[in-house]
Design a protein around this ligand. Structure first.
Ligand code: PLP
Length: 512
């Protein structure tokens, strides 16, 4: 048994001396300090290197080995945050953050999160906090309407929406629903015959889902895409893969189509893919994690044309809809497929409302039992900005991406690798910019990849911007993904100047 720490000064204090962990006066005082701290962080955010420059293990060297026995004042805790935590942050909300896809936020997103945590209610079933369930159903219909999703995906049709934490969860849950629906028809013994389809551009969330759901690893089809289709999944290739599986006695189960792939924001042609899938009775999930939000703008809505043929659709409002992490919006046409797979009904959760079957119990639409009041932040975002402002925010990002694309195109040393669709520009120093003397084409490509890799490293090490890369069609490309709330045109101009300066240095040094 461990002994008592002699430094614990409060050991003998009576319970009446103990501070309240929820004293309203202290909450107000400390809460105001925290809001000021965050506001100051945003005011100064451009002073920090966008990509954290710390070395692995840096924090252990700064913090004590064990938790304090005695309380510390909020002032000194915030000092620790400033001194030790902020240096280890990569500043995702910096206006010069162009990496991955943004995870953007807004005042309304923060305040909604604050209310969610402030109430700290747990909404697993309707009765456990009716407003959690009812607001979630309402905002999912609101957002579904802004996307002009078919009525069949909305509660006002026979479908419905739920907020998950991530796309990974959305794909796991929909794949489980598809699996069980199929196994009810063909028998449990056929589990090993089920086949899942995606493309070589589909997010690794699909592979993870297959691993968790128990799909035979030999039955995960990754269909190759090419530059000729801008890396979109070809319905013909899908059809070939499926018919070959059917001939082999396998059972096609699930297709994950993507609107806005992670590498290049490619858009899979939903209409034709859903037609192929329908013929074979395959469940189609549409992963629009990043680009789905843009589809609330009428001019981008056509990218999800054909969604009426899908079974489920998801987007991450925490990526490009100004709602703080985590908020993955998932719609299904037939909620009973989800609930048949995910329902449990233990005695300790039984209640009249559930028994009446008149209410939604969201615990049966997701993996976990407990769930946060995430709808609060999405509701605040939709109410505070209205669809008019939200559309304009999204358009401003696309406009800035168009500007970046134009800047790249005007410098003959660079090429835009795939035509930009949303707010992601994929570019590289082009092979023609480099006089690489070699008879060997593969060697030329390797050398140009090396040049681009060095270029990206230089940009990120500068701390003035952060971009990431992808490899598509065998090419190493640099991704400039625009979507942070604070980004303005001047940051795009600065980022491009940075790219050019680093390219000058590298191309000169390599004498190419
Ligand atoms: N799908 C796409 C197209 C993505 O770009 C991403 C992440 O960037 C994901 C899925 C994974 O999302 P999550 O982290 O919510 O699981």
């Amino acid at each position: 048994m461990g002994g008592l720490n002699p430094q614990e000064s409060n050991i003998n204090s009576s319970p009446t001396d103990m501070p309240s962990a929820l004293d309203p006066v202290e909450f107000r005082r400390q809460g105001h300090m925290m809001v000021d701290f965050i506001a100051d962080y945003y005011q100064n955010i451009e002073k920090y290197p966008v990509l954290s420059q710390v070395e692995p293990g840096y924090l252990r060297k700064c913090l004590p080995e064990s938790a304090p026995a005695n309380p510390e004042p909020i002032e000194s805790i915030l000092q620790d945050v400033q001194n030790h935590i902020v240096p280890g942050l990569t500043h995702w909300q910096s206006p010069s953050f162009f990496a991955y896809f943004a995870s953007n936020v807004s005042i309304a997103g923060f305040l909604g999160e604050l209310l969610c945590t402030g109430f700290n209610v747990v909404g697993f079933s309707w009765v456990s906090s009716p407003a959690v369930t009812e607001l979630e159903s309402i905002v999912m219909d609101w957002l579904g309407n802004l996307l002009t999703l078919p009525k069949s995906f909305l509660f006002s049709g026979n479908g419905g929406g739920v907020i998950h934490g991530s796309t990974c969860e959305a794909i796991i849950c929909t794949m489980v629903a598809a699996r069980d629906q199929m196994l009810r028809q063909i028998g449990l013994d056929n589990m090993q015959k089920l086949v899942v389809y995606g493309s070589d551009q589909t997010h690794s969330a699909l592979q993870k889902a297959c691993q968790i759901v128990g799909i035979n690893p030999n039955n995960f089809r990754v269909i190759k895409t090419t530059k000729s289709t801008s890396f979109a999944l070809s319905p013909e290739c899908l059809k070939l893969a499926i018919s070959s599986d059917v001939e082999a006695g396998l059972v096609p189960l699930f297709l994950c189509a993507t609107v806005g792939t992670t590498a290049t924001a490619a858009v899979d042609p939903l209409d034709s893919l859903c037609q192929v899938a329908k013929y074979y009775g395959i469940w189609v999930h549409v992963d629009a994690a990043y680009a789905g939000s843009a589809c609330i703008c009428p001019e981008f809505r056509h990218f999800i044309d054909g969604v009426e043929g899908a079974n489920s659709f998801s987007l991450n409002a925490h990526k490009w809809l100004f709602t703080a992490l985590d908020c993955c919006c998932v719609w299904v046409k037939d909620p009973s497929t989800l609930t048949s797979s995910l329902s449990t009904n233990p005695e300790y959760l039984r209640n009249k409302a559930t028994d009446s079957k008149q209410v939604v119990d969201y615990k049966d639409w997701q993996i976990a039992l407990s769930r946060r009041f995430r709808a609060m932040k999405l509701w605040l975002v939709l109410k505070s900005y209205g669809s008019v402002n939200l559309r304009n925010f999204l358009r401003s990002h696309v406009k800035m991406a168009t500007l970046f694309e134009e800047l790249v195109s005007t410098d003959r040393r660079f090429e835009v690798v795939v035509p930009r669709v949303f707010s992601l520009v994929c570019f590289r120093v082009s092979p023609s910019a480099a006089i690489i003397i070699s008879d060997d084409e593969i060697n030329v490509e390797n050398r140009i990849d090396e040049v681009n890799r060095k270029l990206l490293e230089g940009i990120n090490a500068s701390g003035h911007a952060f971009m990431t890369h992808a490899v598509v069609g065998g090419m190493y490309v640099i991704r400039c993904a625009i979507g942070v709330t604070l980004t303005e045109e001047k940051h795009i101009a600065m980022a491009w100047k940075l790219v050019q300066e680093h390219a000058d240095a590298i191309l000169m040094k390599n004498n190419i």
